[in-house]
Design a protein around this ligand. Structure first.
Ligand code: FAD
Length: 404
């Protein structure tokens, strides 16, 4: 019986902030909560607060299409995302919360000879980095994805595909709630409805955050605010090479299971999976303009649905139920920034753009290590802000796929 549901225990406390913490994390999305969890669990830093302006996991964490994969082209990013993949594989057990991680396979379709060459190169690079990957021809694709239009009559006939079979999806809210509950149990203070409006500095170092509810002191501060990161850098007195764009997604009415993997196409520019509930989960690329309103424009949705119907004509009469947008922080090389900043003891983890959900455990883990030691974790080092001065950028535009 549900008659006593009002007595269910709260998943985490609602603490009053302490005057000072060893580490304050700004932003209670998946990445911020994962950072706090690993700080307390792996690195022995338990005097930690996460300061969130809204509610935990209400930002891009709650708005993303949950695709997880690690088949990036370059060594630096493949290693970072594969680090995350390995953590995903044990996550539900680790945080004792079912994040419904489902390794159902992620396909990147190829429609031209050049797509096929790029795919072959990427699969080879992935394998050299210990990341699983396979290249399929058109016949194999048709067998593995039954409702995909693999005929010769389409605008861009399917020539083949890559597949990462360890890729898939996870339940986004569960990731935030699971990390939050586990972090709280280790003593982390989760402070919601509290907006950081400034950084207090002394002799070039941060000593805490100003919030709309008062000052909170901190020996180190980690900012993990996704689409608001450019704004946060402004408050701290420097600029980041980020653009904030709306990114939209939509879901259909629930239907019987017909798609048991994740399928993406760069050429028609759309991607699709099906949730356990039966909704088709659909997304595309960013809206072209900069902005902070968590919504997007209609022509992007229309274009996305054109792409989906081109791939799956069988879906042409399925009704769409809901559409929404998040604000993603895109960087010039389609790679994140995990870095120290011009302000001592102030660290930023941002620039994940359209594809950071898949990195949540890895991002949190390497950022926690960096905040605990005051030195960047080896996997995070290549993602320093400095790369935009030195020129050592990591161009993942190709393997960043449609958007994810
Ligand atoms: P968020 O959940 O946005 O957390 C940042 C938090 O910071 C927010 O809760 C916000 O309220 C808080 N904050 C901001 N400013 C302040 C402040 N001043 N004070 C206090 N708190 C503040 N990635 C994938 O890997 N796969 C996908 O399939 C995928 N699909 C996507 C689809 C859409 C439509 C969108 C929008 C994104 C998608 N992404 C995907 C990207 C992914 O969602 C993000 O890269 C990732 O979630 C960002 O990290 P986060 O979870 O910490 O961000």
């Amino acid at each position: 019986s549900f008659s006593h549901h009002e007595n269910w225990q709260r998943m985490w406390r609602n603490p009053t902030p302490k005057p000072v913490y060893d580490v304050v994390i700004v932003g209670g999305g998946g990445h911020g909560l994962a950072t706090a969890y690993y700080l307390a669990k792996e690195f022995g830093v338990k005097n930690v607060a996460v300061v969130e302006k809204g509610w935990l996991g209400g930002g891009n964490t709650a708005r993303n299409t949950t695709i997880v994969r690690s088949n990036y082209l370059w060594d630096e990013s493949a290693q970072l995302y594969e680090h995350a993949m390995k953590l995903w594989e044990g996550l539900s057990q680790d945080i004792n919360y079912n994040v419904m991680f489902s390794q159902r396979g992620v396909y990147n379709l190829c429609h031209t000879l050049q797509d096929m060459r790029d795919a072959e190169r990427r699969v080879s690079a992935n394998r050299l980095n210990g990341v699983d990957g396979e290249l399929l021809d058109a016949k194999q694709v048709a067998e593995e994805i039954p409702y995909l239009d693999c005929s010769k009559n389409t605008r861009y006939p399917v020539m083949g595909s890559t597949v990462q079979r360890r890729g898939g999806v996870a339940r986004h809210d569960a990731v935030a709630w699971g990390y939050a509950r586990a972090a709280d149990a280790l003593g982390v203070d989760l402070i919601q409805n509290t907006e950081v409006i400034g950084f207090r500095k002394q002799n070039g170092a941060v000593i805490g955050v100003e919030t709309n509810k008062g000052f909170i002191g901190a020996k180190r501060v980690g900012v993990v605010t996704a689409g608001n990161s450019g704004h946060m850098a402004g408050l701290a007195g420097f600029r980041l090479p980020l653009e904030s764009h709306p990114l939209q997604a939509l879901v259909s009415e629930p239907i019987k299971p017909i798609i048991d993997s994740v399928i993406m196409s760069n050429a028609v520019h759309g991607y699709i999976s099906q949730s356990d509930k039966g909704d088709l989960v659909i997304g595309a690329g960013i809206d072209g303009y900069n902005g902070y309103g968590q919504r997007g424009s209609y022509h992007t949705i229309e274009h996305t649905l054109q792409a989906i119907v081109e791939m799956f004509p069988v879906l042409s009469r399925v009704r769409m139920n809901r559409q929404w947008g998040g604000i993603v922080d895109t960087s010039p090389d389609a790679c994140p920034i995990i870095s120290k900043t011009p302000v001592d003891n102030l660290f930023f983890n941002c620039g994940w753009g359209t594809g950071g959900f898949k990195a949540t455990p890895g991002s949190g883990h390497v950022f926690a290590a960096s905040l605990a030691k005051g030195e960047m974790h080896p996997l995070a080092k290549p993602f320093s802000i400095d790369r935009f001065h030195t020129g050592a950028v990591i161009d993942e535009h190709g393997a960043a796929a449609v958007a994810h």
